[in-house]
Design a protein around this ligand. Structure first.
Ligand code: SAH
Length: 227
């Protein structure tokens, strides 16, 4: 985490994490077809460098996934923007379920668009770090859970939107069941090297599926870790 000499992270950033560097990232997202102003504004104003270790924070505004420890990564900004845009297509979302909090970057983006975000992470130290990061950004409309999110979070559902940031081989049935009418699920599906980003929409008891693009996420694993 970058600091300003009194051990408090610098939210606005300096040098490689400056506003100018962030604008360059925005240009890249626009070039790649992201056109929701709402999403672009949030990515512009959300400091990604606070989600990274100090040694990597100078790379925070590159459009790449980066390691966050525990064999996991912070998502690529373009992919965060693309998934968020897909969820917002049919209008505002009140309740969102996120599976795979990681360090909380995607959570921070969603929390600025939705009324409530429910987020589940199986690795406790990552969830703790996400809590800290999101508190620093003063985002308080988030419910955190340490556990296996592969069966969703039934007690808090159904949801307007579900976003999964780790890839199962097949979409768990529970996730379909926890979508509201007209609700949307965005999820990478497939094996280690080849996954497709799918957008599922609920219409009554029917579901339509659209393939958005090829992506590469860490696998959705079953079970929680106790440390
Ligand atoms: N959303 C993050 C990306 C996190 S990477 C971001 O914005 O940067 C995916 C995360 O999914 C990892 O932290 C991994 O531990 C978590 N994960 C994998 N399987 C899971 C499961 N079954 N339940 C909850 N979290 C899971």
């Amino acid at each position: 985490m970058s600091s300003n000499g009194n051990n408090r992270p610098n939210l606005s950033g300096i040098g490689m994490t400056s506003q100018r560097t962030r604008e360059r990232l925005l240009g890249r997202l626009i070039d790649q077809g992201i056109n929701s102003m709402e999403v672009l504004d949030i990515i512009r104003s959300t400091p990604r460098h606070i989600f990274l270790d100090e040694a990597l924070s100078h790379r925070a505004y590159e459009d790449v996934a980066l390691p966050i420890g525990h064999n996991q990564t912070i998502s690529q900004p373009y992919v965060v923007a693309r998934m968020t845009e897909a969820l917002l297509k049919s209008g505002a979302v009140e309740s969102v379920l996120e599976i795979g909090t990681g360090c909380g970057y995607q959570t921070a983006v969603m929390a600025q668009l939705a009324k409530t975000v429910h987020t589940v992470e199986r690795i406790k130290p990552l969830l703790d770090r996400a809590r800290k990061n999101l508190k620093l950004l003063k985002l308080r409309n988030i419910n955190f859970r340490h556990g296996d999110g592969s069966a969703g979070w039934e007690n808090n559902g159904p949801f307007d939107a579900i976003i999964t940031t780790a890839a199962p081989q097949q979409i768990p049935r529970e996730l379909f069941q926890q979508l509201k009418q007209g609700g949307r699920l965005v999820i990478p599906v497939g094996g280690d090297n080849q996954q497709e980003l799918q957008l599922i929409t609920r219409h009554g008891d029917d579901f339509s599926a659209e393939v958005l693009e090829a992506v590469r996420f860490v696998p959705l694993l079953v079970g929680q870790l106790h440390h």
